[in-house]
Design a protein around this ligand. Structure first.
Ligand code: EPU
Length: 420
């Protein structure tokens, strides 16, 4: 299993190119199931989760080609399996995103239920409830969601909570349903907007994406399209937290600053100098950060996917920060590991109180999810001495060549590959 070896204390200087957003690419790849023409995608990040999704689609009969790095062409004209097996779903919960497209185009889908997850329970009841409202007959059989419908019928759906992949699944199901669907309490994340933009290029009729009320008028069929995936706001935010913690001056190219409002505000509050242009962000820091408290909520508020990284920065800040995690019930698994590096963090339910210290001390640490791993890398960059981050397969699920990008800006970080 690969690990990262980091020697902390180097300031970060230089340029990094931001990759396409994992959480936009995953639903967009699944959207290829909605028509029989070619869908060509650009700016697709080279990540383990993307590979898993391509494998899942290929098992269903979708043909895929990668003519060059970052470009994927998919064709779902010969789909011969309507099933997402447990072996793939258990490694990547986002596999549930094939449910809506398969059901609406083929009238049937069998998708394994995801089961537990390190960061929380993460049920998919809202996906199921929404599809049932669109007229699907749904049963749970042998661990699978089995859904059937002749043709889905538009309906008004209000989810009990704001759900990102739930909104995506229902939006994809509704584009081929008969009549109008209105999604109330919809997620507003930029990844939803990116998916809606692809669907519109494919011929879908969607209004209100980016707001909490999305209206979709179903069409008979969709056609081929090509699309450039939006920049990964969480990857960009992660590098900015790294510069906030370790110091330096970095320029992020091909970024989407308009998707990062709440994160940039917090970084500025902590003393990071932030400058932005249409597709770049510059972050500079020449002192210890000031502690910044925050609460995670749905977009456009501060994202849960940045909680661990900004917490890592707070561990070396001046002052005390109160952090509240409102989205997932178990997303503080990085805390134990950060403590091993000397961080002072108290947890009470969804609240973490971080008292900043002058310097962390390097240690061997291990993370159990993607963003927790990223926070340990940030801590390692800021710490005194050597840090080893183990089990970085989590990191490889969501960050493209993270260590190479960090090395480019002067970090002392290497990947150690070991036979498992
Ligand atoms: N929820 C339910 N029932 C549902 C759906 C959601 O109770 O049917 C609950 C969840 O348990 C959670 C809350 O609603 O407490 C919000 O979950 P949401 O459905 O929005 O999360 P998700 O769609 O499964 C996506 C991202 C996550 C990100 C969250 C929140 C993808 C593929 N994943 O997950 O990304 O944390 O939204 O923004 O888009 C990551 O990239 O590291 C990651 C975990």
């Amino acid at each position: 299993m690969d690990k990262l070896s980091i020697t902390g204390g180097r300031r970060l200087h230089g340029e990094i190119t931001v990759s396409g957003a994992k959480n936009a690419a995953l639903p967009i790849l699944c959207a290829s199931l909605l028509c029989s023409d070619d869908i060509t995608l650009h700016n697709v990040p080279a990540l383990k989760d993307i590979g898993t999704t391509l494998k899942l689609l290929q098992q269903m009969g979708v043909r895929s080609q990668q003519p060059e790095a970052g470009t994927v062409t998919l064709n779902a004209s010969q789909v011969d399996s309507l099933e997402a097996p447990y072996e793939l779903v258990k490694t990547m919960r986002a596999s549930i995103l094939v449910l809506g497209p398969l059901l609406t185009r083929f009238g049937e889908a069998r998708v394994s239920l995801p089961g537990g997850c390190a960061i929380g329970q993460r049920p998919v009841d809202q996906h199921i409830k929404g599809l049932a409202a669109l007229g699907a007959e749904i049963r749970i059989e042998h661990g699978f969601v089995v859904a059937r419908a002749k043709r889905l019928k538009g309906a008004s759906i209000r989810t009990d909570m704001v759900t990102v992949t739930g909104t995506e699944n229902l939006m994809m199901a509704a584009v081929l349903a008969e009549g109008r669907t209105v999604l109330e309490n919809a997620a507003r994340e930029p990844e939803i907007t990116d998916l809606a933009e692809l669907l519109i290029k494919m011929g879908a009729r969607i209004e209100g994406h980016g707001t909490d009320r999305i209206a979709i008028d179903g069409v008979e069929r969709l056609h081929g399209a090509s699309h450039h995936i939006v920049a990964d706001r969480i990857e960009a935010g992660t590098f900015l937290c790294a510069v906030g913690a370790a110091g330096g001056d970095i320029m992020l190219r091909r970024a989407a600053p308009d998707t990062l409002g709440a994160v940039l505000d917090k970084l500025s509050e902590s003393g990071v100098t932030i400058e932005t242009g249409p597709d770049w962000i510059r972050g500079a820091m020449n002192r210890r950060p000031a502690a910044v408290g925050f609460r995670t909520y749905e977009y456009p508020a501060f994202p849960t996917d940045m909680q661990a990284q900004l917490m890592a920065m707070n561990t070396v800040a001046r002052g005390t920060a109160v952090i509240v995690e409102n989205i997932f019930e178990n997303r503080f698994m990085h805390v134990q590991e950060l403590r091993r590096m000397g961080a002072q963090i108290d947890i009470d339910g969804p609240t973490a109180v971080v008292t900043g210290i002058e310097a962390l001390s390097g240690a061997t640490v291990m993370a159990t999810d993607l963003r927790a791993s990223a926070s340990l890398v940030i801590a390692g960059l800021a710490a005194e001495g050597a840090t080893t981050v183990e089990r970085i397969y989590h990191l490889d699920r969501g960050y493209e060549r993270m260590e190479e990008k960090l090395r480019q800006v002067g970090a002392d970080i290497v990947r150690i590959t070991e036979a498992s």
